[in-house]
Design a protein around this ligand. Structure first.
Ligand code: NAP
Length: 340
């Protein structure tokens, strides 16, 4: 039997950020690693996810997920390999998806792990396109926004993990027009040339309202919001009568230190009878089987594509997290630990 590690590194939150998180708000600490107790497994993490929502968990406020605790490891989605097991049904060498990211090793009750099959899909994809990210896109578009064939769809954050899936799913299911916005000309090119968007624009190149009007001269029926702020206001202007917006994220304001302005044109929702609806992916677990079946099929046929940005090394985990907030990722941002 291979010798088990006696210690490993994990990222702790040590101070609550005010505005943009800073290196002094976190610490990479070496901690003892325990052998698994009865019913538990010890996992060596191979990838962990760094997500925009984690910024909210750094604040000490009541929300839909509990805040990270100070001087404790942060957590989030991860995949890893079982290296010791005292749980029925879990063997050394199994791969699992679980919730104890931000660390090299995790020892926990096996019922909190889901076995995954690396021969069916890359292990990292169980966090991204086949995981929470993909389900967010699927549920947000088809369930929350009640997408139907012929709808014109606009998605912000369109080259990111969720956004890139939303736009392609809308195209696959017969959208009349798919429009995306992203923060660089390279990302805009990717959306049109690789992902089959009908139009895309760089929101840093001019007012979103003007660029959206140009890209969607006949208006939009669905807006999938990952960004908030100026994007949401522009979408409200472009939405057609009975349009729907899924409010999935508002990354433009996650680091704001002052209250952010509401859309100044909100009164338009009355005359246009718009529906703006917030969503949480956790409410849509019932869609999981249908989601996996559809997405696996689209991936196999090549209709659906995805990218990942993998930052190697646990010591780069915090920079990777900042990178997501800054737009340094294309597709899902992950921290890879396999090579270290
Ligand atoms: P992501 O889109 O892969 O990464 C975040 C992206 O946001 C960055 O790559 C960056 O791309 C963009 N961005 C950053 N600051 C921005 C700004 N000020 N204005 C416009 N764009 C900005 O992340 P994700 O994991 O797929 O999440 C996307 C959104 O969905 C986030 O808002 C997240 O909180 C939300 N979300 C919600 C749920 C839910 O259940 N409600 C679940 C998952 C994710 P650019 O280069 O294009 O700026």
């Amino acid at each position: 039997m291979t010798e088990l590690p006696t210690s490993g590194r994990e990222w702790h939150l040590v101070a609550r950020p005010n505005g943009w998180p800073e290196p002094g708000d976190v610490a990479l600490r070496e901690v003892p690693v325990n052998e698994p107790g009865e019913g538990r497994i010890l996992v060596r993490n191979l990838y962990f996810s760094v997500d925009p929502y984690m910024r909210g968990r750094m604040n000490d406020v009541k929300s839909y997920t509990p805040p990270f605790q100070l001087d404790k490891p942060m957590d989030g989605a991860a995949v890893g390999e079982v290296i010791a097991s005292r749980a029925e049904g879990f063997a050394v060498g199994d791969h699992v998806l679980h919730g104890l990211g931000w660390r090299e090793y995790a020892e926990f009750p096996a019922q909190h792990a889901a076995k995954i099959d690396g021969s069916k899909a890359p292990l990292s994809s169980y966090i991204g396109v086949l995981g929470m990210t993909g389900l967010t896109a699927y549920a947000g578009l088809f369930d929350v926004a009640s997408f139907k064939e012929g709808d014109a769809v606009f998605v912000s954050g369109a080259a990111g993990a969720v956004g890139s899936q939303v736009g392609q799913m809308a195209r696959i299911k017969g959208a009349s027009r798919v429009i995306g916005s992203a923060g660089s000309d390279e990302k805009v090119k990717l959306l049109v040339e690789e992902y089959g968007f009908d139009a895309a624009f760089n929101y840093k190149n001019g007012p979103v309202r003007d660029q959206l009007k140009e890209a969607a001269p006949d208006g939009i029926d669905v807006y999938f919001d990952n960004v908030g702020g100026e994007h949401l206001e522009a979408a409200i202007s472009s939405l057609n009568v009975h349009g729907r917006a899924t409010i999935c994220g508002m990354i433009a304001q996650y680091n704001a230190t002052e209250p952010t302005p509401a859309p100044r044109n909100l009164a338009l929702v009355i005359g246009k009878r718009l529906r703006l609806q917030g969503m949480l992916v956790g409410d849509h677990a019932a869609l999981q089987p249908q989601f996996v079946e559809d997405v696996a099929g689209w991936l196999a046929s090549g209709e659906l594509k995805y990218q990942e940005t993998v930052v190697e090394g646990i010591e780069n985990g915090f920079d990777a997290f900042l990178g997501v907030l800054r737009g340094e990722n294309t597709g899902k941002m992950l921290v890879g630990l396999a090579g270290k």
